[in-house]
Design a protein. Structure first.
Length: 303
């Protein structure tokens, strides 16, 4: 009795290694330089803004560096290369390779960013942006030639039509994970740049950040300490353990806040609780008087 079996092409061997020209994405080096420039520009801009604002210190500088590195990681391009019978995509930490002469499927993936997924008979899988093939005819011709061989060998049964459509320009490089990283970068930037809101009332002063509020009893202050560094700070402490750290420029720019603090600090001094830091407030008062006088001169045209 004769048995009729379906005969499938047998996949054997290793990737071809004979003579042949290896072709690369010609725009990869330019994209790397652009990614480094963007990350460097972001780092420089944030450092300059922070320095001008007088709020730059070591931990904020480290955070800006981390943001720049995250941006570089997001922008770092995939390097696509191809040789006789193979195609590879290399990311910063990983390389994927597929046998293009033994393809079994070519599948386009639609979404915010279009992708082309290549699979071979050995389980190899490469996902790439079709725009890379459109922008690099050498890569495209290498893939097309090997795909024809796969089709002739009977291994490529799905996706030949997707390769035919590669002549059309495809859009975008944004996908969901890159969008999520952009959002994360924006939120981190907002969290760092979000200004402290300083308010004061009879006997108290508060500084409110995005997620936390600190409050101090200004009529029961025990210490006022200036902190020098890349960014100057004024630290207020009361007898109940309350602590507020603020930029002295906020007081200089807001006379009402300063007068409220100065009035309550005098009460603390009179009550005998303020034993450290009155000289810092005196220096701040002199500076405020000087700024006020300069403002009057400017307004009167006598400067």
């Amino acid at each position: 009795m004769e048995h009729l079996d379906h005969v499938h092409p047998r996949l054997t061997g290793s990737p071809p290694s004979g003579p042949g020209t290896v072709v690369y994405d010609r725009g990869w080096s330019r994209d790397v330089r652009n990614a480094v420039r963007c990350a460097g520009a972001l780092l420089g801009l944030l450092l300059v803004i922070d320095r001008v604002a007088g709020s730059l210190d070591w931990w904020r500088g480290a955070l800006w560096l981390l943001l720049a590195l995250l941006l570089l990681l997001v922008l770092f391009p995939v390097r696509v290369s191809a040789g006789p019978g193979w195609l590879a995509s290399r990311r910063l930490l990983r390389t994927r390779r597929v046998r293009t002469d033994l393809l079994v499927a070519v599948r386009p993936v639609d979404g915010v960013s279009r992708r082309l997924v290549l699979r071979d008979g050995f389980g190899g899988r490469v996902e790439l942006d079709p725009e890379v093939l459109v922008a690099n005819p050498d890569l495209w011709h290498r893939l097309d030639e090997d795909a024809r061989r796969s089709e002739a060998a009977g291994t490529l049964r799905c996706g030949r039509s997707a390769l035919h459509r590669l002549a059309h320009r495809v859009a975008g490089s944004l996908d969901w994970w890159r969008g999520a990283l952009w959002l994360l970068l924006a939120l981190l930037l907002l969290l760092v740049l979000f200004p402290v809101r300083v308010s004061a009332g009879p006997g108290w002063l508060a500084s409110r950040r995005l997620l936390r509020t600190r409050r101090v009893r200004t009529d029961l202050l025990v210490a006022v300490r200036p902190v020098d560094g890349v960014s100057r700070r004024l630290v207020l402490r009361d007898g109940f353990g309350g602590r507020v750290e603020l930029d002295p420029e906020v007081l200089v720019a807001n006379p009402d806040l300063w007068h409220r603090l100065d009035e309550d600090a005098r009460r603390s001094e009179a009550a005998g609780t303020l034993r450290c830091g009155r000289s810092a407030l005196h220096r701040l008062a002199h500076r405020l008087d000087r700024e006020t006088a300069l403002g009057v001169f400017r307004a009167s045209g006598m400067e």
